[in-house]
Write a protein that binds this ligand. Structure first.
Ligand code: OX2
Length: 829
């Protein structure tokens, strides 16, 4: 039977060939066909949004062709595949990225202009796919782009949330959240696979069953929900390969329903069925604290169970011996969120495939690797035992068994060191007994990855010290990277042309190391002229956007200074605002001749606060309160403008980053695992003002510390500084600006009181007071550098030139080689 299937695949593969044409006339015809037959509008009368939809469908057709060919080829070759499990993917827009990667942007632009439409205007019609919170999710999206581009046989698996990350609305300077109805107008980028669906079970009991004289534990679930696949093709650049991101949506199952129908309560039976859909309804908007919520656990298990059924079905299509599983399958767990997959694999192998426990465990240990993105202990998920026991009773038993084996092994090594044993146990004792998902991953995964060199140090010496001492060989780091396709080619086309022109090739788009070739021209006046012009055009675009959104007019001569990321105390947007207040205060106290020496600034901040995170919400309000006062102050004029960009997301980042002169990365050292925003800015030639945290340390090594503005306490100084309380250094200026807020200089005195208390002496956990002086110094150095525009431009060119290491292509190659053991599998067409 296997032979038959293989032969059939071979034959079908031979029949595959690309058949859609990409010349302007064919594209026009395709677009008009989609206007008429897909969007169902008359081809004589359709608007921009309808044109976008038709355009998207014509691109999608081309994606599907490649995607089919790629999968046929993977099937034929049957290489070891990587399965990337992530609860979040922040894809942003698909149109421009797909068209760029397909290499047919000029043809489309041509075709559209002949139809009377503008490609860029249509691209703006697309909403973001925001199925994630921040860095972790956007990293997953960048990595998918690299996996496709580098021809790796990979699949992404995640959840198709009905509501993505909330929209941020600002009313009177306060954040409000609105649901993100991203699917309301349809989503042309996904393909619904009604025939690819699996039942996912919950609750119930575990019973014993005897089969051929052997006893088995059998889970008798009480609820079943259907997982339906939605496929999202991910095209590689400069290759025909297009891989798949398969997202699962929950639908009611018809398995257990007959009874409720026969009881006569027809309406309620339907309403109850509908409840199944809530599993994939909404993304949790808190990006690093999880409170053992039942729905969250169900989401995790739902997507893990469906994905594993899909993976095992694909494996069994061509193989019938699980010994071969590790040769064909690598499972990557993105943070601890999908780690229930470990227990699920054990359940399938032991309970369903009837493998011995130790054999099954041996297989599990060979297939799983994990990447930890967090530093803070609260980001490591814990699930209360009672909850797990109720939702997934058999998995709880399995985890107990895994823990029992782990404890036995540890006792042999550490004897009676019960403190150590209890720290390493998968079970956390305490008022609420919990499963530590991170420890479950550590016990099983063959590789545990950090996301920067410094982050791995933190994992080794603090967060997972005991495990590191036991299994040092498991611990690795792969410094994060971002894709230059989206972050230069798509979002900064003028920079893209400059780079290609000066390097004399476009090869850097696939081989980003070549970008270092720009160093040679870092002082060339012709390049300087082009570079400055590019920056100016991008600043103009950003200034227009700012004016449309906030009515604030900004001067293009000012330094555009940007901090965009999730609002978090550790990311210290408050330090930025206090610095702005200091700048304002200085300007207010200057005479006219001093003012002439001030470097004008536009301070731009953007980011969302988790809905329940009060301190973060106060930071947003403070930003607005300061902006309201500063922006209308006639003593200040164009010397200082403060702007909060609402509803920060991927496409806003694509607009803001190319127009930035200086970007800020202010996390207290030791708190940002890596940071990836800094890499996007670096690629775009923005200079970085940063603490020596996460990947900023490695950036400094690549571009030279003199080409950025580093400040603040070092990671190994932080614990002692906390112990000591705030130092007096810088405290006068710091105390003054905090007092201005506390005394109501910007209004809302009572409201800001608790915010000010977070940085009071003795309570200043993130060391804003301590770092303030060196922050101001770094800011002053940046001002002086900006005055010398030639020097600044040179530093900017060197930043872009030194950004090659921070491409996700490099990260993915490291993962492929060191963690997953996969090889490229390039579709030959
Ligand atoms: C983020 C980290 O905070 C950030 O430093 C890192 O660059 C990013 O992940 C990608 O690795 N949720 N988001 C993160 O960690 C967690 C947990």
């Amino acid at each position: 039977k296997l032979g038959e299937r293989k032969a059939k695949a071979e034959k079908m593969f031979g029949l595959m060939d690309g058949f859609l044409k990409n010349d302007a006339v064919s594209l026009q015809k395709d677009i008009l066909d989609h206007v008429e037959y897909t969007v169902a509008r008359s081809r004589f009368n359709f608007d921009d949004f309808e044109a976008y939809q038709a355009l998207a469908h014509s691109v999608r057709d081309r994606l599907i062709e490649r995607w089919h060919d790629t999968h046929q080829y993977f099937k034929k070759k049957d290489p070891k595949r990587l399965y990337f499990l992530s609860l979040e993917f922040l894809m942003g827009r698909s149109l421009t990225n797909s068209v760029t990667n397909l290499g047919i942007q000029d043809q489309y632009a041509d075709a559209l202009s002949q139809l009377g439409f503008d490609y860029e205007v249509l691209a703006e019609q697309e909403g973001d796919a925001a199925l994630g919170n921040g860095g972790l999710a956007r990293l997953a999206a960048c990595q998918m782009d690299s996996l496709a581009t580098l021809d790796y046989p990979a699949w992404g698996y995640g959840l198709r949330y009905q509501y993505g990350l909330f929209r941020q609305i600002i009313v009177d300077g306060f954040q409000h959240e609105q649901p993100d109805f991203w699917l309301n107008f349809g989503n042309p980028w996904e393909i619904e696979r009604v025939h690819v669906s699996y039942p996912v079970k919950f609750y119930g009991t575990v019973e014993e069953e005897v089969l051929n004289g052997k006893t088995f534990r059998v889970w008798i679930p009480a609820e079943s929900v259907e997982a339906v696949a939605y496929d999202n093709p991910i095209p590689g650049y400069g290759t025909r390969n297009a891989i798949n991101l398969r997202l699962w949506a929950a639908k009611p199952s018809d398995q257990y329903d007959m009874e409720s129908y026969t009881t006569g309560d027809y309406i309620n039976a339907i309403v109850n069925r509908q409840k199944a859909e809530t599993i994939s309804n909404v993304l949790y908007p808190d990006d690093r604290s999880y409170q053992g919520k039942e729905l969250r656990l169900k989401q995790q298990y739902f997507f893990v169970s469906a994905s594993l059924q899909d993976i095992i079905r694909r494996f069994k299509d061509l193989h019938n011996n699980f010994d071969e599983f590790p040769e064909k399958v690598a499972l990557q767990i993105n943070d601890t969120h999908p780690s229930i997959a470990i227990a699920e694999v054990m359940r399938v192998l032991v309970d369903e495939e009837h493998l011995d426990w130790s054999k099954a465990w041996g297989i599990a240990c060979k297939i799983f690797s994990v990447t930890i993105h967090a530093v803070q202990p609260e980001a490591l998920e814990k699930v209360p035992i009672d909850l797990l026991g109720s939702v997934l009773p058999r998995h709880l038993e399995i985890i107990y068994e895994i823990n029992y084996c782990l404890m036995e092994e540890l006792k042999k090594i550490f004897g009676q060191d019960y403190d150590k044993l209890s720290r390493m146990s998968i079970i956390e004792e305490g008022a609420v007994k919990c499963i530590r998902m991170a420890n479950l991953s550590l016990a099983c995964c063959h590789t545990v990855n950090g996301v920067s060199r410094l982050h791995l140090e933190t994992l080794k010496t603090r967060v997972f010290k005991d495990f590191y001492e036991l299994w040092p060989q498991k611990f690795q780091f792969k410094t994060n990277g971002v894709t230059q396709r989206r972050w230069i080619v798509v979002s900064n086309p003028s920079l893209c042309s400059i780079i290609s022109k000066w390097l004399g090739t476009e090869a850097w788009i696939r081989n980003v190391d070549l970008i270092a070739g720009l160093r040679e021209y870092a002082e060339d006046p012709d390049l300087h002229a082009e570079w400055k012009n590019m920056k100016k055009v991008n600043k103009m675009r950003l200034a227009e956007y700012i004016e449309t959104l906030t009515s604030v007019k900004v001067s293009l001569d000012a330094m555009f200074d940007v901090q965009i990321k999730r609002i978090h105390e550790y990311k210290r947007q408050l330090l930025n605002i206090l610095g702005i207040i200091h700048r304002y205060d200085c300007i207010k106290n200057m005479d006219e001749s001093d003012k002439r020496r001030v470097v004008p600034r536009v301070c731009i901040i953007g980011g969302k606060a988790a809905p329940g995170y009060e301190v973060a919400k106060k930071i947003i309000k403070l930003c607005h309160a300061v902006a309201d006062k500063v922006n209308i102050d006639p003593d200040v004029g164009d010397l200082l403008k403060v702007v909060f960009i609402p509803d920060y997301n991927v496409s806003v980042a694509e607009l803001v980053i190319p127009g930035t002169d200086l970007s800020q990365h202010l996390s207290t050292a030791g708190h940002e695992a890596s940071g990836t925003g800094c890499m996007k800015f670096l690629m775009n030639g923005s200079l970085l003002l940063a603490t020596a945290d996460g990947s900023a340390v490695e950036i400094a090594e690549e571009i030279g510390a003199t080409n950025m503005f580093l400040f603040g306490a070092k990671v190994d100084e932080v614990p002692a500084l906390r112990e000591k309380g705030t130092s007096l250094k810088g405290s006068l200026q710091f105390a003054r600006v905090v007092r201005m807020v506390r005394d109501g200089h910007f209004g809302f005195k009572d409201y800001f009181k608790s915010l000010c208390e977070t940085v009071e002496e003795g309570k200043d956990f993130y060391l804003l007071g301590y770092d303030f002086a060196s922050y101001l110094e770094a800011q002053a150095t940046a001002d002086r550098a900006f005055v010398d525009q030639e020097k600044w431009t040179q530093m900017s060119i060197l930043s872009t030139a030194g950004s090659g290491k921070f491409s996700s292509d490099r990260t993915i190659e490291e993962y492929a080689e060191q963690s997953w053991g996969i090889e490229p599998c390039k579709c030959p067409f």
